[in-house]
Unconditional design. Structure first.
Length: 216
C-alpha cells in the first residue's frame, strides 16, 4: 500500500490494522478538471477516496438542468451506495479540479468489511454523518429562506473541508460564489447580496477563491 493510501485510510479509520492482502487491491486514478468520474445511471463503480483535488456531486434533470448537491474535497469518500447495492448511481460525479482518487473496488471492499474488525462501523458512521448533512441541505431548499440556506451551505463546506483556523480564529473555505449558489440552491446574484450582508456584519470576509468565516 502506498503512503498516500495508508494516510487516507488511517485518517478516516484510525486505529484499524490493514491486512497485507489489501495493498494489491487498491489503485489510484488521476483525472482532469471536468472529467466525469461517475455518470448518472452508471453502476459497478468503486468506492472512491479523494486523495487530492475536489469533486461535485450533482443531479441532472430531464430538461438538462444541473443541481449540485454536494462538494467532495480531499480526504473524503463517496460512491458507497452503488458499490454496496449494485444499483445505478442516482447522481453524477464530476472533477471540479485536477483530482487524484483512491479506488476501492468490490474485492477490496469485501476484504475491508469481512477482514478488518471495526471497518464497517466506522464506514457507517461516516456516511450517516454525510447523509444528515445532505438532508439538512434538502430541507433548507424546501422550507427555509435564502440566508438560512446559505448558512447551511457554508456549514456543509466547513464540514467537508475541515479547515484549520488561522491565528485569529478565522476559518478559510475554498469556494466561489457560483459554487455556493449551486450548493444553496440560490442564484449567484442572491448569494452575492447575502454575502455582502454577512460581510457588513463582520461575519465573513471575501478574498479571491477563499471565503473567510470570521470569529464572533
Amino acid at each position: 500500500m502506498d503512503d498516500d493510501a495508508r494516510r487516507f485510510l488511517d485518517s478516516h479509520f484510525p486505529g484499524l490494522r490493514w491486512p497485507a492482502a489489501l495493498a494489491p487491491l487498491l489503485r489510484s486514478r488521476r483525472v482532469a478538471r471536468g472529467a466525469v468520474i461517475v455518470p448518472q445511471g452508471a453502476s459497478g463503480h468503486p468506492l472512491y477516496g479523494v486523495l487530492s483535488g475536489a469533486l461535485e456531486i450533482r443531479l441532472l434533470a430531464a430538461d438538462g438542468g444541473v443541481s449540485v448537491i454536494e462538494h467532495v474535497g480531499a480526504g473524503q469518500l463517496f460512491g458507497l451506495t452503488s458499490l454496496a447495492t449494485g444499483a445505478p448511481s442516482s447522481y453524477e460525479a464530476v472533477a471540479a479540479a485536477a483530482t487524484r482518487l483512491l479506488c476501492i473496488d468490490a474485492a477490496a471492499y469485501t476484504l475491508l468489511m469481512d477482514g478488518v474488525p471495526g471497518f464497517g462501523r466506522a464506514l457507517l458512521r461516516e456516511f450517516a454523518r454525510r447523509h444528515d448533512g445532505t438532508v439538512q441541505q434538502l430541507a433548507a431548499a424546501r422550507l427555509q429562506g435564502g440566508m438560512e440556506r446559505l448558512t447551511l451551505a457554508l456549514a456543509q463546506l466547513r464540514r467537508e473541508q475541515a479547515p484549520a483556523p488561522d491565528g485569529h480564529g478565522a476559518v478559510p473555505l475554498r469556494t466561489t460564489q457560483q459554487a455556493l449558489a449551486e450548493l444553496a440552491g440560490l442564484s449567484r446574484q442572491r448569494v452575492n447580496t447575502l454575502l455582502s450582508q454577512l460581510e457588513s456584519q463582520g461575519r465573513v470576509q471575501r478574498r479571491y477563491g477563499t471565503l473567510w468565516l470570521l470569529p464572533d
